[in-house]
Each structure stands twice: as structure tokens, then as C-alpha cells.
Design a protein around this ligand. Structure first.
Ligand SMILES: [Zn+2]
Length: 415
């Protein structure tokens, strides 16, 4: 198969199936714990015989921006997706979770156009349309979500009868099984159709609820490890990445450690003068109460200036960084037209919300809050089951970004 080009990178056509798995919320700490307890023999072997490192993920360390960085091989400044929504010039919230605002094609679509058969499976349907952007399903390519596995059609997904394929019942939206369904369906497709390229994107339900070493987390990771072993046994190049990590954001007494930034700004500058946007927010807030480690502030009324907001936010305990738009975009390669006037980043133990009334903490249902979004959750595993070429070994030693995982899986290993 021929090479394809996207965003300045040339990708070699796969000679054996290449399978990239995004372990949603796959903080390196889960692997460290599982490896220390001897629960992850496949991943241990990948690291020993192939390659294993920790890479820098896309900021903010949320699901959508990172998945899109991974499938475009580029940062948000290029692909345009910097969160779940942003505020436009009219002050209206604009949702970014669809394919409409993506400014890049995807590696998957490029390969499908070059004649490859491509499979994209995601846990939650909200990612499906972005992952499937421009993906031509006419020549055997497939794109579906585990969430709507029972509703797949040839016209919309390139496949039907997915429950039969996976040999599993429709998994619950809030479960670890949703991720295992993605892997099982992927394994069955790999076995039966041997596609050229697969992207399997899981969900972080378990990581939001369970710390590394907790029985449920260990059991989940042992199941993932077994699936990775089966994918490798089918002759595939296997690449493991995560969209973001995960940290405990609770006080000793179990209550979440939250800075309600909108309330503080309202007190200082008046109600309506500023608008705090939590770009982690979506329809599925049961995991995290819409509280993450990265928020954007827009100046709306003329009283607060970026400088004054930075001065106020920067000295709050639990805030790691407060930056103006220019500096935020420069540091994290973000698109300026979708960035707030100020970005405020929490430290590893803290989350930042809008107003206290905007967040329903009862949804945590007694669990400690575990979440992501800040710099502390932007470190992710970067693992391949085969060794790197000398050239890529040198390049990797100089630093890795998670959005390079397809390049490494396609170009850096012996097929
Ligand atoms: Zn995620």
C-alpha cells in the first residue's frame, strides 16, 4: 500500500494490521501498579521486547482534544478541537464535539482513501462522528460505538449485527464492559476481516471511580492486558496510548477539592462581568460532576482584565497556572479563536468549577472525585509491542507526544 501524508507527516502503508488502542483515562500509575503486582504480563512483555515510555499528551488533558490529536497526528492549533465547547464572540456556547469544527482530516480517512480497510471503534457515541470524519465506508471500512452497538447499520457504520460479532450483550453506558466490548469487537474483526488499520478508543469509567491498585482497577487492567495479548497473537502491530491520566481530587474527608472560580470572580468583578467555561462539561457528567483541572475565563463586561483575573486566580491555593490567551496558545499549541481570555489550570489534587450552583456533586454518589484536565494528567503511556528502529529510538529519546503514536506504529517498527 502507498504512503499517505497528513499535517507534515508521511505515514507508511501498513504491511500487517496496525492496531492503536487509546486507554481512556489510562494514567501511567495504573500500569505501574499492575506491573508491580504482576497482573499485566502482556504489557510487561511489550515494554521488554518492544518499546515503552511516558509521552506528553495534548492540553487540556481531556478526551476529545486528545483523541483528535491522536488521529490527526497534530496538536489542537492544527485540528481545532480544544475541549467540548467554547464561547464565540457573541458569547454563545459552541459545541466542539462534532466533526464540523475539525480543521484537519484524519490519518484513518487518509488511509481509507488510499485503499486501506480501516476500523474505528469507540466506547461512547459522542466521539464516533469525530473519529469517523471523512471516513469512506464504501470499501469495507467500519466506524461504530459500543454504546450504540445494537443499532449499527451498513449505511451509517459499515457493519451490522455487532452484538453477534462481539458475542456480548449490549453493555451498560456506565461500565467497564463498554471498553471491553470495544476490544472484543475489534479482536473479532481483526480475526475475520484482517483490516489494515484499527483505532480502538475506550472509556474511563473505571479510572474515574477506582484508584490504581483498587480491586476493580486491577481486574479491569488484567482484562485489557489479556485482550492486548490476543490482538498481538493475531499478528498485529499493537500500540497503546491514553488520552489523559487521572488523579484523586478529594480532601481527606472525601469531599471534592474544588475552586468555584466563577463565584470568586463574581464577588470581585460583579455578576456577568466574566464567564467561566469548563470545557470538560458534556452530557455525561456522572463521572466527574463536570469538574476538571482546566477552565477558560472570558471577559464579558469590561471590568475584569486578563491581568486582573490572572492576579486573582494565580494566588489561589490549588491553582498551578493562570495564563493569558497568547501564552496559553503558545505553550500548549491551542487555536486562539477558541481560547478564553485567561486559562486557569489546577494542580494534581484540585479541580476548578464555575459557580457552586453549576455543579451537582450529588452525582458522585459517595465516590471520591477523580478527574483530569491539568498538566498533571497530561502524561500518558506510549507502548509498542515491537522494537523501534534506531532512528526512531533516537527521536523518542528527545521526547514524545501522544499524537505521534500512529507515526511510531506505522513507521518506527518492523512490520
Ligand atoms: Zn478521556
Amino acid at each position: 500500500m502507498e504512503h499517505v501524508h497528513l499535517n507534515g507527516v508521511t505515514y507508511r502503508g501498513p504491511r500487517v494490521p496496525v492496531v492503536v488502542v487509546c486507554i481512556d483515562g489510562g494514567d501511567p500509575a495504573y500500569l505501574d501498579q499492575g506491573l508491580a503486582e504482576g497482573l499485566l504480563p502482556t504489557i510487561a512483555r511489550f515494554q521488554r521486547e518492544g518499546f515503552g515510555a511516558v509521552a506528553q499528551g495534548t492540553m487540556p488533558s481531556f478526551t476529545c482534544p486528545n483523541n483528535i490529536s491522536i488521529i490527526t497526528g497534530a496538536p489542537p492549533a492544527v485540528h481545532g478541537i480544544s475541549g467540548n465547547f467554547y464561547l464565540n464572540e457573541a458569547g454563545e456556547a459552541v459545541v466542539m464535539t462534532g466533526p464540523e469544527l475539525m480543521r484537519s482530516r484524519t490519518i484513518l480517512a487518509q488511509f481509507a482513501d488510499a485503499g486501506a480497510s480501516v476500523v474505528s471503534i469507540t466506547a461512547k457515541d459522542k466521539l464516533r462522528r469525530q473519529l469517523g470524519k471523512d471516513l469512506d465506508l464504501a470499501r469495507g471500512s467500519v466506524s461504530f460505538s459500543a454504546e450504540f452497538a445494537d443499532q449499527c447499520t451498513l449505511a451509517e457504520n459499515g457493519i451490522e449485527n455487532v452484538l453477534d460479532l462481539a458475542g456480548m450483550a449490549q453493555p451498560d453506558m456506565y461500565s467497564g464492559e463498554l471498553s471491553l466490548f470495544v476490544l472484543e469487537a475489534g479482536i473479532q474483526l481483526l480475526q475475520r476481516r484482517r483490516p489494515d488499520l484499527m483505532y480502538l478508543s475506550l472509556t474511563d469509567y473505571i479510572q474515574h471511580k477506582h484508584a490504581p491498585g483498587a480491586p476493580a482497577a486491577n481486574a479491569f487492567y488484567a482484562s485489557l492486558d489479556a485482550c492486548f495479548g490476543r490482538i498481538e497473537a493475531l499478528g498485529a502491530v499493537v500500540a497503546l496510548i491514553a488520552d489523559h491520566g487521572m488523579n484523586d481530587k478529594s480532601l481527606v474527608d472525601g469531599r471534592p477539592k474544588v475552586i468555584f472560580l466563577q463565584d470568586l470572580l463574581d464577588r470581585e468583578f460583579g455578576v456577568g462581568d466574566t464567564r467561566v467555561i469548563c470545557p470538560i462539561t458534556d452530557a455525561f457528567v456522572r463521572h466527574h460532576g463536570a469538574l476538571g483541572g482546566f477552565v477558560r475565563v472570558w471577559c464579558r463586561g469590561g471590568k475584569a482584565t486578563p491581568k486582573a483575573i490572572i492576579a486573582l486566580a494565580g494566588q489561589l491555593p490549588g491553582v498551578e497556572l493562570a495564563l493569558d490567551r497568547e501564552e496559553t496558545c503558545r505553550r500548549f499549541q491551542l487555536p486562539p479563536d477558541r481560547e478564553g481570555d485567561v486559562a486557569v489550570l489546577a494542580d494534581a489534587r484540585t479541580v476548578i468549577g464555575a459557580g457552586e450552583a453549576d455543579h451537582d456533586l450529588a452525582q458522585l454518589a459517595g465516590h471520591r472525585l477523580r478527574s483530569h484536565g491539568g498538566l498533571s494528567e497530561a502524561r500518558v503511556p506510549f507502548i509498542l509491542n515491537r522494537p523501534l528502529s534506531a532512528e526512531y529510538r533516537d527521536r523518542a529519546a528527545a521526547g514524545l507526544s501522544s499524537h505521534q503514536i500512529f507515526e511510531y506504529a506505522l513507521n518506527a517498527v518492523e512490520a
